[in-house]
Every structure is written in structure tokens, then in C-alpha cells.
Write a protein that binds this ligand. Sequence first.
Ligand code: FES
Ligand SMILES: [Fe+2]
Length: 305
Amino acid sequence: MTTESRHDEMLGLAARALEHFEHQTTDLAPDIMQQPIAAYIDKTRYQAEREGIFKQLPLALALSIELPKPGDYKAMTVLETPIILSRNQDGQVKCFLNACRHRGSRLCDDGCGAARVFSCPYHAWTYDRDGALIGRYGAETFGEVDPADFHLTELPCAERCGLIWVTLTPSQPMDIDAWLGEFAAELDTLALADWHLHEVRVLDGPGWKVTMDGYLEAYHHNLVHGATVGQHTVGNLLVLDTYGPPSTFNLWSQDLGRVKRASPIRLGARGTHKADSFLFSEFINLWDSGGSLLGESGPTRAGCQ
Ligand code: FES
Ligand SMILES: [Fe+2]
């Protein structure tokens, strides 16, 4: 997408927001939807969601900037699945189960670091940054073993838009470009590769849908966030776009009142970035608020300590 077309898109969003602002309206779903309480608390259903959604679809599990150099790794546990993200010598990120192929010991604790090799703390089998078995203590006592049969179990992994995406099921094919579609251009506007990771925090919540629901509306903004972000945003004004499964919603700064009086609409110097002065974009499991925050939400997440 060119800078010019991005600028036009931003102006289009601003025009939609202004229209809502003037009429005190917001983007709406086509109809009223009611959810049974079971959708939130039924344990069997939750298990099915974990298996059918979160273990099958690409998850954004790390920022590229968390593994900037060859040899950098991030170990984490997602949905009780221990994994290692490893940037190999060619700069490519691989993901494998954090489970030794000998007797399944974890190769390293959760956290970030740099490693030349991954050496198992149990009997010292050693793997390179691509997950290949390269050393076995006392190999001669094992008889004939083909190291290729004991490669770490690899998970589908790709790096796009400053994020590292993983599917937690080894046999599940992942076509990240098809999955992201036009949403990739939206994510690229965040220029995540240029960010600095300030802090990672894990917040316990009442369930992934409750968390997600809160990010699908600005209806609560004035009351819940009245002392913080609500002081700057227009409550209950939402501009929503979907790109297949991914979607973005845009919150609007109270500067809209000032923009409303200006003609024509002018965007700031970062006018092609969705964290512009009067626009806050939120992505369903990645959100950016004025360029200062980034988060993920899901049933379980782990972070680099
Ligand atoms: S479990 Fe890893 S070397 Fe034995
Ligand atoms: Fe909120």
C-alpha cells in the first residue's frame, strides 16, 4: 500500500468518525446478539475452543524485536504447551516443542536469552538453533541411531509484520499470508520492528471472551476508564473494519471536536500511521493505543520475564 493510499484510507476513517461524532452514533452490528451464559462458563465448550481454535490457528506469540539476533531465543508455555522460538544463523525464526527427544525433559526454562546450542539438563543431548540433534553424551552406548529421527518437534512458524506467528499443532499447515490477507497492510502501519519492548506483564482474567468483549466496544470507556484513557477518547464511538477473522476497531480522541471545526481534515506528520493524534487502533489480539501499549489476549499467554 502506498503512502498516498494509506493517507486516503486514514481520511476515510476520519470522515466516518466525524459523521458519527456529529450525530452521536457509532458503527453497529447488524442486529442484537444474545449469548447464553454457557458460552462463557461451560468447561466442555472451553476445552473445545482451546483445541479447535487456539491450537489450530496462527497465534502471535512474540515480537520480532524480542529475538533481534541469530542465537536469540524465547521459551514460553502456551496452552500448557512448552515451546522455544529460536532465531537461527540465517536470521530465520523456528519454533519447536521445548521437549527433549530422549525422554522429554524441558531444554530450558521459560524466558528470553541467547544460546549457541540447546543442551538438555537431563542427559546432555544437544540440539542446534534449528532443532537438529547434534550431540549425544555416550553416543556409543546407544547403538545405531539416526539423528534425523530425533530432531526437535517443529511447529509451523512464520515472521510477518514484526510478529512471530505459531500454530501449536505440528501437523497443522499454516499459510500466514492467506491468514493475514489485507490485514497485513494494517499491521504494517504499526511498524512494530521499530518499537522498544518496555515491559511484559501477564494479567489473570475471568476468561478470554470476557477480555475480548471489553475490547470490542467503547461503550464502557467513560465510566471504567474515566480517570485514564477515557479522558482522551470519545466514549461509545467506534469505527470497525473486518478482514476475514482479523479485525480492527478505531477509538477516537476528543480532538475530533477540534478536527470537526477544521476544514479540510488534516492528519499529523504520522498521517499514515493508525496511532495518529486523534485515532487509536486496536487489533483484536494486538492493540496499540497512541503508540504506547501493546498487548495480547487469549486463554493463556506467557511472557519473557
Ligand atoms: S531427557 Fe534429554 S537427554 Fe535425556
Ligand atoms: Fe476497556
